[in-house]
Write a protein that binds this ligand. Structure first.
Ligand SMILES: *[C@@H]1O[C@H](CO)[C@@H](O)[C@H](O)[C@H]1NC(C)=O
Ligand SMILES: *[C@@H]1O[C@H](CO)[C@@H](O)[C@H](O)[C@H]1NC(C)=O
Ligand SMILES: *[C@@H]1O[C@H](CO)[C@@H](O)[C@H](O)[C@H]1NC(C)=O
Ligand SMILES: *[C@@H]1O[C@H](CO)[C@@H](O)[C@H](O)[C@H]1NC(C)=O
Ligand SMILES: *[C@@H]1O[C@H](CO)[C@@H](O)[C@H](O)[C@H]1NC(C)=O
Ligand SMILES: *[C@@H]1O[C@H](CO)[C@@H](O)[C@H](O)[C@H]1NC(C)=O
Ligand SMILES: *[C@@H]1O[C@H](CO)[C@@H](O)[C@H](O)[C@H]1NC(C)=O
Ligand SMILES: *[C@@H]1O[C@H](CO)[C@@H](O)[C@H](O)[C@H]1NC(C)=O
Length: 495
């Protein structure tokens, strides 16, 4: 009996986890239009350290493809617009490309998608007539290699493919593109591939700050929202409005079953003087809220609960991109691999998805500096926390309560903890590239007071997590979900 119960309990837990570990996927775009980026091998390590599982690249550079071999990272690769002519003209061109650029590295590198052409409606050269023939040739080549069921073919688009995107229900494709769009949509349906689109609420905000509120663009709960007068649907963020405008445009052409995939979205961390929205804080807010939205399977007002996959643009700042200042500053990382702001890739943060309560307010955890890292690493992390990390570091200034002892480790500990508590005491908020460690021992001393997650986060509504559940071996995405499950199951007498 006891064994049966244990088994049933395990199965129950597994079921809960299985169900709740679904959720849209969040990946990253790895653009390489820069002359100062780390080598692909280093990038592959960085991506894995960050627990990022999906990466999009814009070509089939073999050094990059090889760098992701034997990792658990799934790769979306691309055929650049400049290759569409060759790809559309001769099947043999495509067969040769597949043989040289993909097959030698597959399946060690988990290539899952090929994008044929990128935002062709933005291309200065009119390549629109080439894209569907190129897609067909890529499909034929994959078929010969027996990979057409394993690798998905699509093409990415900008929102400029619509002639109208507001209100979302009025979303419509620009009829000038009908000549390639209709066969492309048919191709996607036949091959169960998603419609791929790059969405940038940032530009809508930047171009029209008087009409688009920052809160609306950043998914802030303070956003007043916008009502679609035709459907009565309420949009609390611009991302959803843009996704639904595509959905309604597809529906108008009777392609309502096509899935929509967001192959780029993000927010710049820096811009020209007039680009006031381009800050690390806004970038962090946009991407954090985006990940939560996606992991949560919130869907959109027109398709609630719909799973949607997104790729965040971009991994690095890219110094060779032309255009306004923000163009070069979409990265999560600088070329030296330091984080410009931190991002919780689990999307769970301190919000418990099941109960809506905060669950990481464990009974007193703090984040302090590790004694085990170099001074340089500590100093960099301290500078980051008090700079881009936006921590109030006044308490560690001379004559302030936490100035003594005047050591790097003491000052870094104070700053790390402030950041950690501010960010909801999540695992990642104490990473600092390995320089931070969590502790349950209160580091406060004399008049130097270290904030404590108990005092910041209201845990009244949920029981504190069982200590054993903090085992780091649990997969990141499901980690925080297990915590509330245990006490709830126990409290409800299931055992
Ligand atoms: C990946 O692993 C396989 C099998 O262990 C090995 O033969 C191959 O050389 C590895 N590939 C790379 C690029 O490291
Ligand atoms: C691009 O080429 C296609 C096919 O050749 C043509 O129908 C379309 O009008 C062209 N678009 C532009 C903007 O020139
Ligand atoms: C539709 O596309 C054509 C060709 O790119 C462009 O000239 C026109 O302005 C677009 N129409 C709208 C309403 O966006
Ligand atoms: C704001 O919206 C109004 C009405 O839709 C429009 O006339 C105006 O041009 C917009 N302003 C900007 C800066 O886009
Ligand atoms: C997650 O989804 C639920 C229901 O879909 C919603 O009530 C909740 O606010 C969402 N949480 C976040 C953080 O988006
Ligand atoms: C969770 O914590 C945040 C502060 O980090 C607080 O604003 C919010 O009200 C808390 N939510 C619940 C349900 O306790
Ligand atoms: C939290 O810690 C305090 C002090 O150690 C202890 O008295 C209290 O019982 C703990 N609360 C819970 C819910 O474990
Ligand atoms: C300190 O660093 C070494 C080597 O990087 C590692 O093996 C060891 O586990 C670390 N110790 C602690 C307490 O983190």
């Amino acid at each position: 009996m006891a064994r049966w119960r244990a088994a049933a309990f395990a199965a129950f837990l597994f079921l809960l986890l299985a169900v709740h570990c679904r959720g849209g996927k969040t990946g990253i775009c790895y653009g390489r239009n820069a002359d100062d980026l780390p080598s692909p091998d280093k990038v592959a390590r960085l991506v894995q350290q960050q627990s990022i599982k999906y990466v999009r690249i814009y070509d089939t550079n073999i050094d990059v493809i090889r760098a992701f071999a034997n990792t658990s990272v799934e790769l979306m690769v691309g055929v650049p617009n400049a290759d569409l002519l060759a790809f559309s003209q001769y099947q043999s061109n495509v067969d040769t490309w597949l043989k040289n650029s993909v097959l030698p590295y597959y399946p060690a590198t988990a290539i899952t998608h090929i994008t044929v052409g990128a935002e062709i409606t933005e291309s200065p050269v009119n390549v629109s007539a080439l894209v569907v023939p190129a897609m067909r040739n890529v499909l034929a080549a994959l078929k010969k290699a027996g990979l057409h069921k394993k690798i998905t073919i699509s093409s990415t688009h900008s929102l400029g493919i619509l002639s109208r995107s507001f209100p979302p229900s009025a979303g419509a494709f620009n009829s000038s593109y009908a000549h390639f769009l209709k066969p492309m949509l048919e191709f996607l349906v036949e091959n169960q591939a998603p419609f791929m689109v790059d969405l940038y609420p940032y530009y809508a905000y930047q171009n029209s700050p008087s009409n688009v509120s920052l809160n609306y663009a950043l998914f802030s709960p303070q956003s007043q929202g916008v009502i679609d007068p035709n459907t009565g649907l309420v949009y609390t963020n611009m991302f959803d409005a843009q996704v639904d405008s595509i959905f309604f445009a597809l529906m108008a052409l009777n392609f309502k079953t096509l899935k929509i995939m967001i192959t780029e979205t993000g927010w710049p961390n820096k811009g020209a003087a007039k680009e006031t929205g381009a800050t690390p804080d806004n970038a962090q807010t946009y991407n954090t809220n985006l990940i939560r939205h996606v992991v949560n399977d919130s869907g959109t007002p027109a398709k609630p609960g719909e799973e949607i996959d997104v790729y965040i643009f971009s991994l690095f700042n890219e110094n060779r991109k032309p255009g306004i200042e923000s163009e070069r500053n979409w990265g999560l990382f600088s070329p030296d691999q330091s984080a410009i702001y931190s991002l919780d890739w689990t999307g769970r943060g301190n919000v418990d998805i099941m109960t809506g309560g905060n669950i990481t307010g464990s009974n007193g955890t703090w984040c302090v500096a590790s004694t085990n890292v170099s001074e340089t690493a500590l100093q960099n992390a301290l500078n980051w926390a008090c700079g881009p990390g936006d921590v109030d570091c006044s308490a560690i200034q001379p004559s302030q309560p936490c100035y003594q002892p005047d050591t790097l480790i003491s000052h870094a500990s104070y700053a790390f903890n402030m950041y950690y508590q501010k960010k909801g005491a999540t695992d990642v908020a104490c990473s600092f590239g390995g320089a931070g460690v969590r502790t349950t021992k209160d580091p406060s001393y004399d008049a130097c007071f270290y904030l404590d997650s108990e005092k910041i986060i209201n845990t009244n509504s949920t029981p504190p997590p069982a200590p054993s559940a903090s085992s780091p071996s649990l997969p990141g995405l499901c980690f925080t979900l297990l915590l509330p499950v245990l006490p709830i199951v126990i409290a409800s007498g299931f055992l």
